[in-house]
Ligand binder design. Structure first.
Ligand code: PA5
Length: 328
């Protein structure tokens, strides 16, 4: 897992260079990403990225069924690292029946076999699905760029450079005093982790939560401002459980000024009751670098929390068991 984490910058570079289909679709109504778990999170990242780029709307479908609005004018990506996730296969079948020409992204499996001619993006095998997020995200950005909907080439270069600089800061050689991921893991150890962010970094907060679930094997939660100021804040200010929580607050240089103000107030009026709180700042100018740098700190923190807890970050046995039992 550690070696895979260290290779994130190279993975980004490699994924952007993967051969990808050139779609023949003019004036698309939107982008739909079919996927689950580690294969869906790239869709969420694409959604945040596209909002900032003012591109078409992105909808992430984590279900067997496709909503009625999806049709041939949508760019559809069916993403499953294994290629065998039943919800994704079911939604893909529905998309094909509706006349869509989905791009499939997998390392093999049923998705590759179901793909239309020239519409498959083949991923290298040997990763845990959640570790392959850059491999699944970058080809989608590339397809969208090839269609002229939003440009990402310069952003990829910036992200790779910033990630290359970030990785040594988070590595095991760097002591805890200078290593934010280690500090956060220590802070979250034996507390209930809460990962909070503004809307742009919401998919990154979700990714932190799911990496804490799957790598560290702990329950965790994510929430978003400004929405949480309209409900969750009450509990933060009054629930005795707040004292058992460890908070990671994801900050972004482009967050709305009122969200920034809310973050300060939310700290003062509620979050200060947590037993641990640390802010993580995204880095860079472009949306891609900001998303991936904030995400990478979380990947490393969840790895160190696994080490602290004495668990192996890589296997997710119960997910595999559930899939076997569903298939049987
Ligand atoms: O992290 C995981 O292993 C899971 O969340 C999987 O990504 C999820 O079960 C879907 O499988 P796949 O990514 O192969 O489609």
């Amino acid at each position: 897992m550690l070696e895979v984490l260290r290779s994130i910058p190279e993975m980004v570079q490699r994924a952007y260079a993967l051969p990808r289909p050139c779609l023949d679709i003019s004036g698309p109504e939107g982008v739909v990403v079919l996927g689950m778990g580690g294969s869906a999170i790239g869709g969420d990242l694409l959604q945040s990225w596209m909002v900032e780029k003012r591109g078409p709307p992105v909808f992430v479908n984590r279900d067997y069924d496709l909503p009625a609005f999806v049709g041939p004018k949508h760019i559809v990506f069916a993403v499953s690292y294994s290629g065998n996730t039943e919800e994704t296969i079911s939604a893909l079948e529905q998309a094909v029946r509706r006349g869509c020409r989905p791009v499939t992204i997998s390392s093999g499996g049923a998705l590759e076999k179901m793909s239309g001619p020239g519409l498959h993006i083949k991923l290298p095998s040997g990763f845990q699905p959640r570790s392959a997020v850059p491999l699944m995200l970058l080809p989608m950005l590339g397809v969208v760029e090839d269609l002229g909907l939003a440009m990402c080439g310069a952003e990829v270069n910036e992200a790779v450079e910033l990630l290359k600089a970030l990785i040594p800061e988070l590595g095991p050689e760097r002591p805890e005093g200078e290593n934010q991921a280690k500090r956060i893991a220590l802070g979250l150890h034996k507390s209930f982790p809460m990962v909070l962010s503004g809307p742009f970094l919401a998919p990154v907060a979700k990714r932190w939560r799911t990496q804490l679930n799957e790598n560290s094997k702990v329950l965790a939660r994510e929430d978003t401002l400004p929405e949480m100021d309209h409900n969750d804040l009450v509990a933060w200010s009054e629930d005795p459980m707040a004292k058992m929580c460890g908070v990671v607050l994801l900050r972004d240089s482009r967050e709305h000024a009122r969200v920034a103000k809310r973050m300060e107030l939310t700290r003062r009026l509620g979050l200060h009751r947590a037993r641990f709180l640390e802010e993580v700042s995204s880095r860079g100018e472009g949306a891609l670098a900001r998303l991936l740098t904030a995400l990478t700190v979380g990947d490393f923190a969840s790895f160190y929390l696994a080490v602290l807890r004495g668990v192996d970050p890589t296997p997710v046995n119960v997910i595999e068991r559930l899939k076997r039992e569903l298939a049987g």
